[in-house]
Design a binder for this molecule. Sequence first.
Ligand SMILES: Cc1cc2nc3c(=O)[nH]c(=O)nc-3n(C[C@H](O)[C@H](O)[C@H](O)COP(=O)(O)OP(=O)(O)OC[C@H]3O[C@@H](n4cnc5c(N)ncnc54)[C@H](O)[C@@H]3O)c2cc1C
Length: 364
Amino acid sequence: MEKESLWKKYLNNNLDNDNEKEYDYLIIGGGIAGILTAFYLKDSGKRIAILERNKIMDAVTSKMTAKVTVLQDILSKIDESELDTYLKSQIEGMKLLKDNIESYNLDCDFLKNDSYLFTIKSSNVKKLKIIKSHLDNIKFKTEFRKLELGNLDIKASLKTSEAYEINPIKYLNEIVRLLKNTSVHEETNVLEVIKENNLFMIKTNKGVYKAKKVVFATNYPYFLKPLFFPIKVRLEKSYIGYGKSRYNYKENFNAINIDKDVHSIRFYKGKMIYLTGSRMIANKVNDEDGFSKVLNNGFLLQCDNLWSNIDITTNDYLPIIGEVFKGMYIITGFNTWGILSSHIGANIIASLIMKNKSNFRINS
Ligand SMILES: Cc1cc2nc3c(=O)[nH]c(=O)nc-3n(C[C@H](O)[C@H](O)[C@H](O)COP(=O)(O)OP(=O)(O)OC[C@H]3O[C@@H](n4cnc5c(N)ncnc54)[C@H](O)[C@@H]3O)c2cc1C
């Protein structure tokens, strides 16, 4: 059994680096958010660089389960007044993702499948009904359908046929291949960002970079002074295993529940990806317990890969996307649902930078 994500073996090292230090736009962080921001800026005609502390894609992004669905567990936590807007953003994110894959014929194991949002608690059935009413409002088709998953006692489950699965690293390798005018600087750790006159000075372990505009796509921008990052966030850790499923399912699907003890399932190349044990880090996570749940909850017969992952959770469960100060942008806070939000977010940031009109509403 390998103690690392199944996606790691797809990481690609074929990158452009021009060794310059001055750019029009600098993107800090080479995860899905930073790479997609560079992608949506690629036709700007400007000189762009991504500064990445380690290797690109090799942080939170390489360790996700990569379900592509609007039926996300956080829907039960988002305030109802924001739910329709959030759902619409996810549908738009799905259009952007599909459009990239279709327009450029990207090889990324992108497959359509059914997706379920379920509960094992009678008291949460009402929440699923509320979520369905919001999906009805925005005319996204879902239905309550029976779902059998191992020996879970499922009280209700909502299904859509408009969902997908993807290999996130194969997808991003293809996106990186399409970048123009973009240099990727790995092992470049940003230590401080200051503004002098109209230029940002970005201090790194490899010297000072300069740029007219800068995007923070670092997932958790802990190195920013508190004043620069006033939004309270927490970190959630989960445990994931990939291997032979104990049960035979006729077709691929993905599923997740809205209860405290999370069970998330999808398939890749005939085997199951199973996530469980999610806890806020502030509540003192116990890795041994988390991994043991993955192996012993009864879903995996055998495990090829076992790993954990951490994403940031915002107070309102909505992403943080926009201009912080003039010329300084941020894209983060995906609450463990980063694929669709990073497409929308990167598109918004690129529109703001290029001063184009975005089709998407921006909350300040
Ligand atoms: C367990 C789990 C399962 C998930 N499953 C799904 C799923 O099924 N579907 C879905 O849509 N989403 C899923 N997600 C969410 C998704 O993985 C994340 O939201 C997304 O990968 C975050 O991307 P990012 O680019 O913000 O962060 P990252 O991938 O972490 O990228 C940020 C990059 O910034 C770099 N960096 C940080 N600091 C600096 C610095 N000072 N200088 C230079 N570089 C720096 C880091 O090294 C890193 O490479 C899941 C998350 C978790 C935790």
